[in-house]
Design a protein around this ligand. Structure first.
Ligand SMILES: [Zn+2]
Length: 471
């Protein structure tokens, strides 16, 4: 009896996964992209959604075979189901500006404009948005039926008036990762510089694994949006500016966090070319950037550390990687961590025998892995204090860059002495928490500006996303 029920269970699982795999793209989808724009509104404790527009965002650049997302990443998750058969047709994890804003606990109401993009359905579909609960499981928080034949759905493609150019063209969009790069704060006279920045930063991305060995899986295209004046908005030092994409430093009052809340404009501009992932270059030297999973990443193009910021922030937006640092002004420390973080590169190590990346760990490596943390913490918190003092004094960017260089040199010397500097293990400290969260290696692009490589957990997590678009 036992044996039979086990066989039936196995068959049941197989038939379920076969049913998922059998979603036939051509049966359900037209080949174009449906974009649902909505407002995401709430306070620190509640949230609401209201539909804005349903648009045609051009031809579908994503995979026609990998339609379902089983990576379990992002604070949010959306599903597209066929309303007649309830078949799950498409799903993706994502994060949002609202989600970040909510996490800072502002008691006021806030509204952010967001978009979800998926293959244009032939028949009515249900869009469901889910969010993590306290145990990090997804629960539905909003749903809406979309009939592609309805008058509120606009099937017209926006005819782009922007100049576009292609930097890397390796093949068809449906089996390649398509990156679109936008620029803000570049004047018409600076467009040559924009082209140069696109090329040099893209080249840098492909010097880092796993992007390096999978470069042939990517297409990179860019869109020009010249602004009337050079540079973007920088409220902390009192430099105010209006630019086409409304990029601004000072998001959530962090001087180095650069985002734009003008999602409508950004999405319209990005749709000038087929894309899966978006990057926005800021024509500035002031250190800064940001990255939100499945939305966009941003980087100041002229900083001494632009290359690092570019690769680091793209780690957030492309693969939902967590920050592995913790000694910064965004750090906080709860008394006890009882829930495993969902990000692929950090763990609460609640079950050391079942470490998230255990297949990458050698048996002789101790878990947790010792790494000279006390000395590093003392040094690193001192650097953060200096950094805050320099920013408060509004010193030239060269002084800040010199501090970062000094930090890099000293921490590289400290790490060089560590017995497990090249091991994969569980190193305490990460995701803004000094204690109770662990990362897979001593160093990583998501941890410091030292090493121009991702740790093994990050590398694997990035490869898994590439596989979703370039199989
Ligand atoms: Zn990492």
């Amino acid at each position: 009896m036992k044996g039979i029920s086990r066989v039936l269970m196995v068959l049941g699982i197989c038939s379920l996964s076969l049913a998922q795999a059998q979603v036939n793209y051509n049966q359900y989808f037209t080949g174009e992209t449906m974009r649902v724009d909505y407002f995401h509104t709430g306070t620190a404790t509640e949230e609401h959604f209201s539909l804005d527009r349903v648009l045609n965002d051009g031809s579908w650049a994503g995979s026609q075979t990998v339609l379902l997302d089983d990576l379990n990443r992002g604070l949010y998750f959306f599903k597209i189901t066929d309303t007649l058969t309830n078949t799950l047709l498409y799903s993706r994890g994502f994060a949002s500006v609202f989600g970040e804003w909510q996490s800072i606990g502002d008691p006021a109401w806030g509204t952010f404009h967001e978009s979800l993009r998926f293959p244009w359905p032939k028949l009515p579909v249900r869009l469901t948005i889910e969010k993590r609960d306290a145990k990090n499981s997804f629960v539905a928080i909003w749903s809406s039926v979309i009939d592609p034949k309805s008058r509120i759905v606009n099937p017209a493609v926006l005819k782009s008036t922007y100049k576009t150019f292609s930097y890397i063209e390796n093949g068809k969009s449906d089996n390649h990762v398509d990156i679109v790069i936008l620029g803000d704060g570049y004047t018409a006279a600076e467009m040559d510089k924009f082209h140069k920045d696109v090329k040099s930063l893209t080249d840098e991305l492909f010097t880092v694994e796993p992007y390096k060995s999978r470069k042939a899986d990517f297409n990179v295209r860019a869109v020009e949006t010249p602004s009337a004046s050079s540079g973007v908005n920088k409220p902390h030092p009192g430099v105010f500016n209006r630019t086409p994409l409304s990029m601004s430093y000072g998001a959530f009052d962090s001087e180095r966090y650069a985002l734009s809340y003008d999602n409508r404009t950004i999405r319209d501009v990005a749709s000038s070319v087929p894309y899966d992932y978006m990057f926005i270059l800021i024509n500035e030297r002031t250190y800064g950037g940001g990255g939100i999973f499945d939305l966009y990443s941003t980087v100041a193009a002229d900083n001494k550390f632009s290359r690092y910021i570019f690769v680091h922030e793209f780690g957030h937006s492309f693969a939902a990687l967590a920050d592995e640092y913790y000694a910064s002004d965004v750090s906080y420390q709860p008394t006890e961590i009882t829930v495993e973080p969902w990000e692929p590169n950090v763990t609460a190590l609640l079950d050391p025998s079942n470490l998230k990346w255990k297949d990458l760990v050698k048996p002789e490596t101790p878990i947790p892995t010792p790494w000279g943390k006390t000395d590093y913490d003392n040094y690193s918190y001192g650097i953060q204090k200096e950094r805050r003092a320099l920013r408060a004094a509004n010193v030239p960017e060269t002084e800040m860059e010199a501090l970062f260089e000094r930090e890099k040199k000293t921490s590289l010397e400290m790490f060089g002495k560590s017995k497990y500097k090249d091991a994969t293990g569980a190193f305490e400290g990460g995701n803004y928490m000094q204690f109770g969260i662990y990362r897979s290696a001593l160093d990583c692009i998501m941890f410091t500006r030292n090493k121009q490589e991702f740790c093994p957990a990050c590398t694997k997590a990035i490869s898994e996303v590439i596989d979703m678009y370039a199989k």
